[in-house]
Design a protein around this ligand. Sequence first.
Ligand code: NAP
Ligand code: GFB
Length: 325
Amino acid sequence: MEYPGGHTGAVKVLVTGGSGLVGKAIQHVVKEDGQGREEEEWIFLSSKDANLMNMEETRAVFQKHKPTHVIHLAAMVGGLFKNMRVNLDFWRNNVFINDNVLQAAHEVGAVKVVSCLSTCIFPDKTTYPIDETMIHNGPPHQSNFGYSYAKRMIDVHNRACFQQYGHCYTAVIPTNVFGPHDNFSVEDGHVLPGLIHKTYLAQKEGKPLVVWGSGTPRRQFIYSLDLARLFLWVLREYNEVDPIILSVGEEEEVSIKEAAEAVVKSLDFQGEVLYDTSKSDGQFKKTASNIKLLRYLPNLTFTPFTQALKDTCDWFVANYDTARK
Ligand code: NAP
Ligand code: GFB
């Protein structure tokens, strides 16, 4: 099986951040869905295996496994409100993790690394739809500039690594992700898991659901299992250093109000829905184009949003006691 950099034979894929929302989805697709290949060995790391902010621990785990390929997901991650609270931590922690992982991958001779950016890192003042060429065209939204600049440095690192060593180290740019094993924390998580958790509690306590902000901002959401399948394609077939947006189409963009109404419907919530406009709306929109992806995969389809959301709500209710919240 020919891989970038002329790699043939056995493939050992090390997934950093393998215990999170996206990592668990890749585990599901590789193991339960049988999408893994005979010549591939998959290793999924959590922070218990190594604190990747520490270079000695990072080097040790890479020396231990000597991966030929890396999917780099590990990061300090959070929703709008956590980002607004601790931008400095998001900057420092993610810069440490990213530099350690990319350097350790180089030191063990990994032929490919697929890292993870986000559609929230693009310039806040921009034309739409956003595409992959715009990453560095201006400052990101003020609410998450620490995380955004740390993520943008991955792209800088990849380009420098290609120029100096010829490595195929690349990155994907997912839009907002949701699914089983998400972080359902009301304070620190993203909007969909936060609304699922809040609706579940409102239903149990007979109280109104309070949606934060005006409900007018707009988002594109990708189901974690759809994203996981795309990660396997990028690992095996995508050979550009330039990043690629992994998102549903612009036409799938919904308002926060529509997303909240979809959560209410999925959980069959009968109570009152209120909007707390004292809370920030954050970025109004970050509409991203998936044209580059569709040029590679013209027949690509995504799980319908309402189905994916229902599956996620069902998972949360069934795993309430052990879910991250
Ligand atoms: P997540 O659920 O919060 O998982 C984060 C993962 O990183 C966990 O496995 C965690 O390990 C690991 N990690 C965090 N700090 C670490 C450290 N110091 N050392 C080692 N491992 C560490 O995040 P996610 O939503 O799956 O995000 C995965 C990637 O996708 C991230 O790079 C994120 O920036 C990107 N992304 C996410 C979204 C989204 O909407 N969720 C959107 C765009 C891009 P533990 O489980 O041990 O804590
Ligand atoms: O997913 P989220 O927290 O982050 O969504 P972003 C924030 C939007 O949802 C704002 C509204 O318009 C909020 O006012 N919202 C309504 C809520 N109710 C809630 C709720 O209960 N919880 C949350 N969290 N929001 C993030 C970036 O931006 O996107 C991160 O800050 C990351 O860095 C992530 O990249 C993918 O989509 O605004």
